[in-house]
Structures are given as C-alpha cells and as structure tokens.
Design a protein around this ligand. Structure first.
Ligand SMILES: [Zn+2]
Ligand SMILES: [Zn+2]
Length: 393
C-alpha cells in the first residue's frame, strides 16, 4: 500500500462509519465487517475476501490516531478522492488548481507551472511508495533477466564445434517459502512501524514526506520465523545445468546468444537470453586467422635451397607439402581446406610459414663444406646498399 492509495481509498466508507467516528466506533465497525467477511466463514468467496482485506487495510490506518490524522490531511489536501486512476485521462481533480497527471509524472513540463522542481520533488516523495500505476494492482508478466557467462574452449573444440554442459548459478525465488521468507506454516507479519505501508511519513509544514520504512526495508511486512532454506531472504542461489552447442569455428572473444536460456520469466513472461562469452585457449602448435589455421615449420638452408617434401600436422591428421627448390625463408605454403570448416561447409586453409633455421654450431666437416659452398656462390645482391654506404661515408 502506498500513500497514493490513501488518496484513492475511502477507509471510512470501507468500514461504514462517519469521518467523525470515534476510535471505539471504528473498532466495533471493523470487527463487524471482519466477522462477516472472514474467509473462514465465506470459503471460496472472492468478494468476501476482498472486503476482508480492505477492512484490515482501513483499520490498520484508522486505528492509529497518528496515521488517521495523516490520512485525513492527505485526503483533504488532495480533494477527498475526487480523482482516481483515470486522472491521466483528464479527470477533474476536486478543487485542485492543476492537472493531476502532473503528480504522476505524466504531465509534459507541468511542474514548471508550480515554480520549478519543488513541487515535483514533493510529489515524487509522496508517491515514492509505489509506481505510478499503483503498486497494489497485480503486475503483469515480466520477462526474465538476461544472463551472461564465460566459457573456456579448447582450440580444437572451437574449430570443430563442441557441445558442453554449462552450469549456471543464479539467484532465484526460494521454493520452500515461495519468496516471502517465512517459515512454512507461518506468515510474514504486518510491519509494526509502517503498518504495512512500506513507507513512513514525516510532516513538514503542511506537507508530508514519505520515505521507505527502515524497519521492513519498504516491504510492509516483517518475518518472525525465518524460512530455514533461505534464512528469511526469500531468495536462494539456484544451479542450472544445460547443454550448450558451440558451432564449429567459434572464435575467441565471440559472444553467443542463446534465446530463452536466461532466467525464467515471472507470471508467465518469457525467459531472458543467455549470453556466453567464448574464451579459446591457445594451441601449442596452431594459430588462427579467421577461418585459416597457421603453423610455422622450421626448415634447413639445404631444404630451402634444394627443395623437399614436408610432412606437417593438421588438426585432424597430417598432410604432405611440397617445398620447391629455391624457396625463400618466410614463404607461406597453403594446405587447402585444412583450416576451420565454416557453417556453409566451406573450409579455410592451413597456412604453413617456412622458417629457415641458421645453425649456431657446425661440425668441422660441415664448416669445410660450407666454405667450399661459399667459394662457389656469387655474393649476395646488395650492390645498391654498398653504393649508399660509399656515398654517406
Ligand atoms: Zn525461503
Ligand atoms: Zn515497515
């Protein structure tokens, strides 16, 4: 119940008493209505139940002299319930000099007419106990929240695609107490500080300011015997396990959206989405550029000069690559179709970079052979550099 409900509800009419009724009269009237409409005497009668609840609410306020005075003041300040929820649609506020839609934040720039932010602040303070739509009304279906998580994949699994069980831990409503935090068989009690309103009201001059009740954190009820499962919080951490299919070729840093696999919706609303951030663990041999896999293969000077056939690994076996005679260092050879298989069935390539390795040590025989080789070989083609060196030195 919010302060706005106070304006809209006629608690005196609910109890069938006059505005000037004494505390005693109010108590008697409440007892009578409560007895007549008690759910135990009217099983399965929603109207009686409604009346019973309304009477309790009315008595909660009118039985407390301080709150009754606040209620009376607010009702007289805002026109004795002369406007209702249809105020937005142009209802006439009884005797009020302004369009009430401004009070609910619906008016376009309306607050300016009252000299700036002061009025707006006042109203948002008064109505802070509930949304503009009225918090007593049942809320509609709500979509579940989106969930984000991160998953580490092995390099090969990311290339080939993989299905993994994914365990999510997320806050959910406690099944034991259905979220009210009370031990099964008990009920949360109306908060004795705010009498169920969830807000406490402070008077300043002729205005009242509302703020969330500190005793019940604005809930309006307090739990005396706590639910053993959730210790009174109404919430528990729920673990969900599901199998998630990662498509072939999923890349590091990619975000996969799984529609409807997030948190379940409330009151029949759709579930949220699950977003999975993919972290791909590096492979000790292969790298990856888009759909191509990369691999660096060391070759000797002789292999590069004379040519050779290289047997190199792929992710799913091995291939033989022909290195033609006279292949320079850094040359990239391509093994077609040995890369990442794309969704359309086409595959990237395996790109093999040749790295000519210079030996750090030579046997005597090798040194002799190499010196002999050098004598037989023309010098490296660096005349253009030599010319520049002569010019600058
Ligand atoms: Zn619980
Ligand atoms: Zn309270």
């Amino acid at each position: 119940m919010s302060s706005k409900d106070w304006i809209e509800k006629d608690f005196y009419a609910v109890l069938g008493v006059d505005k000037a009724a004494s505390a005693d009269d109010i108590k008697k009237a409440y007892r009578k209505v409560a007895r007549e409409s008690h759910p135990d005497h009217n099983p399965g009668d929603p109207k009686a139940e409604e009346r019973f609840k309304a009477a309790s609410e009315a008595y909660n306020v009118l039985s407390d002299s301080g709150r009754r005075r606040e209620y009376d003041e607010m009702r007289s300040l805002f026109g004795s319930g002369a406007f209702r929820r249809n105020a937005r649609g142009g209802g006439q506020p009884g005797g009020m000099p302004f369009d009430v839609s401004d009070m609910f934040g619906g008016g376009a720039g309306g607050d300016r007419r009252f000299g700036g932010a002061g009025f707006q602040d006042l109203f948002s303070s008064i109505f802070s106990g509930g949304q503009a739509g009225g918090q007593a009304a049942p809320r509609g279906p709500a979509r579940g929240r989106d969930v984000e998580t991160e998953v580490g994949l092995d390099f090969g699994d990311a290339v080939r695609g993989v299905t993994l069980p994914l365990t999510l831990r997320a806050p959910g409503v406690c099944d034991t107490c259905h979220g009210n935090g009370a031990k099964p068989g008990t009920q949360p009690r109306t908060c004795p500080v705010c009498h169920g309103a969830g807000v406490t009201t402070r008077n300043q001059g002729s205005f009242s300011f509302s703020e969330p009740c500190r005793n019940c954190q604005g809930v309006g009820t307090v739990v005396e015997e706590k639910c053993p499962e959730c210790h009174g919080s109404g919430g528990v951490t729920k673990t969900r396990t599901m199998n998630v299919r990662f498509p072939a070729g999923v890349a590091d840093g990619q975000r996969i959206r799984l529609a409807g696999r997030g948190e379940p919706g409330e009151r029949g609303g759709p579930a949220g989405d699950l977003f999975v951030h993919v972290k791909v663990r590096p492979d000790e041999l292969f790298g990856r550029t888009g759909d191509d896999l990369t691999l660096t293969v060391p070759v000797t000077f002789a292999e590069a000069v004379l040519g050779t056939d290289l047997r190199v690994p792929t992710l799913d076996g091995a291939v033989t690559l022909r290195v033609p005679p006279g292949t320079p260092s850094g040359r990239v050879l391509r093994a077609r179709g040995k890369g990442v298989v794309r969704r359309d069935g086409q595959a990237g390539d395996l790109l093999v970079t040749l790295d000519v390795v210079v030996p750090a040590r030579l046997s005597d025989e090798a040194r002799t052979a190499l010196e002999s080789f050098a004598e037989q070989t023309p010098p490296a083609a660096r005349e253009h550099l030599d010319a520049r060196v002569r010019r600058v030195s």
